[in-house]
Design a protein around this ligand. Structure first.
Ligand code: GLN
Length: 304
């Protein structure tokens, strides 16, 4: 039996000694206020056992990690029709790149970059009667935690400074790949990014991706095939222009956000989340990447 607690403790001590903790995202003013010293990790095994270290119960802005959760909900609503409107190729570009320009007819390269996630947001705005409330309820249900909520200050801050996302949404609209108004879709998108969750809650939310589509309460939220596909998309597209590096160093499907969180999955074994707000030059948590690299090395477990 692997001594997971001992491994998490070792990682905590080792990575937090690093003097260079990366740089906090400043382009969303509200995120710039976070204390860069936070570090937390939470691990949940399929067997139900949990292990944690540091600030694993402190909430933070999950940002782009939410793109996996909206994708899951959209897939459960419209299945393979999603792929008429968004592709599944890694972009090799930064998250905010207007990479739909790389393809004809306004099809974003994948659902985990901003332009792709905005198309997924549009699908949910069409499918749900009360999009923000119903998406929040979905996240609360799969996590088994009704205390999860949106940080409205972060959502407002993104709305005021999200010029790039407005540009992407307008471009999608011009290609007829947005059915609702730019305002409605981005209002939903800014809120999904502003979900506030802890490492512990994220680990629980992502349990369904490690558990063949069944959430913590053992309710089927996705088919096995859909869960497998989402894991494939996380592996190839979850870290923007650092997806190759993450597969190389860590070897797990996962997703990062500019709030400094990363959640990763070893199918049939566990889900793990890490949070350290400072980012590397590619916009992924600097210490979070190091911590997960050490975790898969010390446990000798990865999908490879
Ligand atoms: N809300 C952020 C944005 O759209 C999400 C980016 C991220 O976490 N990579 O700019």
């Amino acid at each position: 039996m692997i001594d997971y607690q001992n491994i998490l403790n070792k990682i905590h001590t080792s990575v937090t000694q690093d003097q260079d903790k990366g740089t906090i995202a400043r382009y969303i003013p509200e995120l710039a206020r976070v204390n860069p010293e936070h570090f937390g990790m939470h691990l949940k095994l399929i067997s139900g056992k949990e292990f944690a270290v540091g600030d694993s119960e402190v909430g933070f802005s999950i940002q782009s990690i939410s793109k996996v959760l909206t994708l899951a909900l959209a897939m459960s609503k419209i299945g393979t029709h999603i792929w008429d409107r968004v592709d599944v190729e890694p972009s090799g570009n930064p998250f905010n790149h207007l990479s739909l320009l790389e393809l004809e007819e306004g099809i974003p390269r994948n659902p985990l970059i901003n332009s792709g996630a905005i198309v997924i947001a549009d699908i949910l705005v069409s499918q749900l009667e009360n999009p923000k409330a119903e998406f929040l309820k979905y996240v609360q249900d799969i996590t088994g935690d009704s205390t999860i909520g949106y940080n409205l200050k972060v959502a407002q801050s993104e709305k005021e400074t999200g010029f790039n996302n407005y540009a992407a949404a307008n471009l999608l609209k011009s290609f007829n790949n947005l059915n609702n108004s730019v305002e409605d879709v981005l209002d939903f998108y800014f809120h999904q990014c502003a979900l506030e969750m802890t490492c512990s809650q994220l680990t629980k939310a992502f349990f369904l991706f490690a558990n063949k589509g069944n959430c913590l309460a053992n309710v089927a939220r996705l088919t096995k095939s859909q869960a497998k596909r989402i894991n494939a998309i996380m592996l190839t597209c979850g870290f923007y222009d650092e997806a190759g590096e993450f597969a190389f160093e860590v070897g797990l499907p996962g997703k990062s956000g500019v709030g400094g969180g990363i959640t990763a999955v070893l199918p049939n074994e566990y889900t793990i989340s890490v949070w350290s707000p400072g980012l590397n030059e590619r916009g992924n948590s600097k210490l979070g990447m190091q911590a997960l690299e050490q975790f898969t090395t010390l446990t000798n477990q990865s999908i490879f």
